[in-house]
Design a protein around this ligand. Structure first.
Ligand SMILES: [Zn+2]
Length: 90
């Protein structure tokens, strides 16, 4: 095999491979990831890397689950009683 061809192939593979992110980058983005997921948004761009990292990093996955539960409980309408719901006329 022509070694220069092999080098070009390697460069091509490296270029198409998704960038790995570190735990600190994941930590910065995980709140965006949770918000997007709970809002039913599309996971794309940098958030895809977060998703990928979560699958292989238990520490960040724990952080993600913690944050997700926190955001969910904040958005739970039952946790804020006394608010008038419109459109409930008899
Ligand atoms: Zn991590």
């Amino acid at each position: 095999m022509d070694p220069s061809k092999f080098t070009r192939w390697i460069q091509k593979v490296m270029a198409t491979q998704e960038e790995e992110i570190s735990c600190s980058v994941c930590f910065d983005l995980v709140s965006d990831y949770v918000e997007t997921e709970l809002a039913g948004g599309e996971i794309k761009g940098a958030l895809r890397r977060v998703e990928h990292h979560l699958h292989q990093c238990q520490a960040c996955q724990d952080e993600y689950e913690l944050l997700r539960d926190l955001v969910r409980s904040e958005e739970d309408p039952q946790s804020s009683p006394g608010t008038d719901l419109p459109g409930q006329n008899p």
